[in-house]
Write a protein that binds this ligand. Structure first.
Ligand code: GAR
Length: 199
């Protein structure tokens, strides 16, 4: 069974949705390690409650690659084959990306390439778009940039504020991430340039 390494920095709701999909048999994988770069991440407490192996490696004040080397070392020791960024709010070094080339996934709460970076839902709301959503993509050296595996869209309603919009996007994130993971772990896809196509 494919071993996953999960990286998170906060709440961990995407991680929990993936853990539930695994429990239900919708994703054929096991979680080998959950790593947080923040000590106070609720997602780490949730992972511990599920009895999963966890590790906190604070990144604040550390050089990017130096921190990444410690993370990759832990992931390798745990046997992780695929890396799942689940609200990991730290850019990976090119070195890290190279270690797991083509096997790192991220989810972002906008329809990329619109609104990369922080507070994507607020960015979209403030811009006045009528549709937003979420994107699951492969990770490359650039922020929120790699080839898109799956996107889901939601309308922005007249009654929305940035919080209700973010809540509606999050519901879709939880569905999209498991779908995208199931697809890539099945191996039934090919990448042509920036396009991820089903086999
Ligand atoms: C999610 O909305 C995720 O898309 C976003 O952080 C949130 C984490 O929530 N990620 C990014 O913005 C990455 N650029 P969670 O901890 O509850 O999964």
């Amino acid at each position: 069974m494919t071993k996953l390494g999960i990286l998170l920095s906060g709440r961990g709701s995407n991680f929990l949705a993936i853990a539930e999909s695994i429990r239900l048999g919708h994703i054929d994988a096991e979680i080998a390690l959950v790593v947080s770069n923040r000590e106070d991440a609720p997602g780490i407490t949730a992972a511990q409650a599920l009895g999963l192996p966890t590790l906190v490696l604070p990144s604040q004040g550390r050089k990017r690659q130096e921190h990444d080397e410690a993370v990759v070392d832990a992931l390798r020791r745990a046997g992780a084959e695929w890396i799942v960024l689940a609200g990991y709010m730290r850019l990976l070094s090119p070195w890290f990306v190279h270690q797991f080339a083509g096997r790192i996934l991220n989810i972002h709460p906008s329809l990329l390439p619109a609104f990369p970076g922080l507070d994507a839902q607020k960015q979209a709301f403030d811009y006045g778009v009528q549709f937003s959503g979420c994107t699951v993509h492969f990770v490359d050296e650039h922020l929120d940039h790699g080839a898109i595996i799956l996107q889901k869209s939601v309308p922005v309603l007249p009654t929305d504020d940035e919080h209700t919009l973010a809540d509606r996007i999050l519901v879709l994130e939880h569905i999209a991430y498991s779908e995208a993971l199931a697809l890539v772990l099945s191996g039934k896809y090919r990448v042509e340039g920036r396009r991820v196509l089903p086999l």
